[in-house]
Design a protein around this ligand. Structure first.
Ligand SMILES: Nc1nc2c(ncn2[C@@H]2O[C@H](COP(=O)(O)OP(=O)(O)O)[C@@H](O)[C@H]2O)c(=O)[nH]1
Ligand SMILES: [Mg+2]
Length: 454
């Protein structure tokens, strides 16, 4: 990203298109001056008090563009930390385009994706975990994900990291104290207390890292692959859960050749359903590709629904289930006995880990939805005030490894300066999470998730 902190930048902050209102942000050294050129009002923005809002007309080159409000945020009391004007105008694409055009004419530059938030970070308004929380808050695919991101934005994770860091700094202090007196050949510091402190650090880092998988469900949804033999009723089940005819249902085996993805919302959770090609060995190459796709979908899912044509027997899909178990690993597999309308005794098919349904009659679907919700809930347990992401989890594992290595050093009776190297490394890693230390490519990766105007 080519960026100059001195530039004055602008962008549409609300989604493009038609809306009641739209907001355009303008931030930087010349924000007030550039807006004043076109903002016709009783008040000059450059003279306006901080956190005030003013009504007037936006006029550019003698043309009245729109009646607008301008909100004034003076540095450092703004989102980015520099002077910011937020222009509230009517939400028409031509209105917003003209206002942005006039700001560019006046000397502003179009902001890059995430540039406002990047400035907030560089101006120390937000640390990296809060920056990541902003992205998570915008993109969250569950109510709990959004709530957790909001807590993280409020500094929940920042405080936890600071506590862990302080904990390790205390350990470091003890080690250094002993180093200062290393000539005297006495053990000042209680080894048991040191070990306990390191075990704590270890456990906190591990626990946070382990919550990454749960966080991912809250962040992007609970992925469910619908698989089964051809004609079992996968597409019918997919449609029934969606409550609309999305997939083609047919009695010709092999109709669904690639896969379809749609989302349903269950009590604040987004469940992403994948309808897949039937699994069976086939000489038809196109269908074979579908089968390969299905295998990779199964690998990426949080749960697998195996649709069994119950009219062919309770155990008709057993071979498939056992081969799926190899791919699925620890992911739960739920067997859906479909076509229960053709059964004499459907109750015999309902047992733990399976649900009997008839997509034609609509029976059993509510139990299935309930089961999916329960799985989504239990798979996202253990997340409280942070949505750990891949970047943070991998650094936390480094923190944990450094703590373990320090512990091992103490147990092996190594010298304290040897042990201190590990503890300092752990402290440095924590700085990578919060962004105290950062590299341009880490920032680029993080901001690539942002949209323009954020
Ligand atoms: N009797 C009965 N037939 C069903 C049921 N669900 C699906 N079918 C039929 O099974 C056939 C295959 O359905 P489809 O959803 O295309 O299966 P897929 O190949 O697994 O996607 C179609 O003829 C459906 O009408 C059901 O609950 N009861
Ligand atoms: Mg199908």
């Amino acid at each position: 990203m080519s960026q100059h902190l001195n530039d004055t930048i602008c962008a549409l902050a609300t989604p493009p298109g038609v809306g009641g209102l739209a907001v355009i942000r303008c931030a930087g050294r010349l924000a007030f001056e550039l807006c004043d050129r076109d903002f016709n009002s009783r008040v000059r923005l450059a003279d306006a008090a901080d956190h005030t809002i003013h009504y007037g007309w936006w006029e550019h080159d003698g043309v009245r563009v729109d009646s607008v409000t301008c909100s004034v945020f003076r540095a450092p009391h703004s989102y980015t930390g520099d002077d910011v004007i937020e222009i509230g105008c009517h939400g028409g694409p031509h209105v917003t385009a003209q206002i942005i055009r006039s700001l560019l004419d006046n000397g502003a530059r179009l902001a890059e994706p995430g540039e406002f938030t990047k400035r907030a970070f560089l101006n120390r308004k937000l640390d990296l975990t809060q920056v990541e929380a902003v992205a998570d808050l915008i993109h969250a695919q569950s109510r709990m994900g959004a709530q957790t991101a909001a807590r993280q934005l409020a500094g929940g994770f920042t405080r936890r990291l600071a506590a862990l860091r302080q904990h390790l700094l205390d350990v470091c202090g003890l080690l250094e104290l002993e180093l200062d007196f290393s000539e005297e050949d006495v053990e000042f510091v209680d080894r048991t207390a040191l070990l306990a402190a390191l075990t704590d650090g270890n456990a906190i880092a591990d626990q946070l890292a382990a919550s990454a998988a749960s966080a991912e469900i809250l962040r992007s949804g609970f992925y469910v692959a619908v698989v089964g033999y051809p004609n079992a009723g996968k597409s019918s089940l997919f449609n029934a859960l969606l409550d609309r005819e999305r997939a083609i249902v047919s009695d010709i085996a092999g109709t669904t050749r690639d896969y379809l993805e749609e989302s349903i919302f269950l009590e604040g959770y987004t469940v992403r359903l994948y309808d897949t090609a039937g699994l069976r060995s086939s000489d038809d190459t196109i269908e074979m590709q579908g089968v390969r796709l299905t295998t990779s979908l199964v690998e990426q899912s949080n749960l697998i629904l195996v649709v069994n044509d119950a009219s062919l027997g309770k155990h008709h899909s057993d071979a498939l289930v056992s081969s799926l178990q190899d791919i699925a690993g620890t992911r739960p597999i739920v067997i859906v006995h479909n076509k229960s309308d053709l059964l004499e005794d459907p109750a015999a098919f309902s047992e733990k880990g399976s649900v009997a349904v008839s997509t034609i009659r609509g029976t059993g679907l509510e139990s299935l939805r309930q089961a999916l919700l329960e799985y989504a809930r239990s798979s996202s347990e253990g997340v409280s005030d942070v949505l750990i992401n891949g970047r943070q989890a991998s650094i936390l594992r480094d923190v944990s490894a450094s703590c373990s290595s320090a512990r091992a050093g103490i147990l092996e009776g190594r010298s304290m300066d040897y042990v201190a190297v590990d503890v300092r490394a752990a402290i440095r890693y924590l700085g990578d999470i919060s962004g105290e230390t950062w590299s341009p490519d880490v920032l680029d990766t993080i901001f690539s998730r942002f949209c323009i105007g954020k």
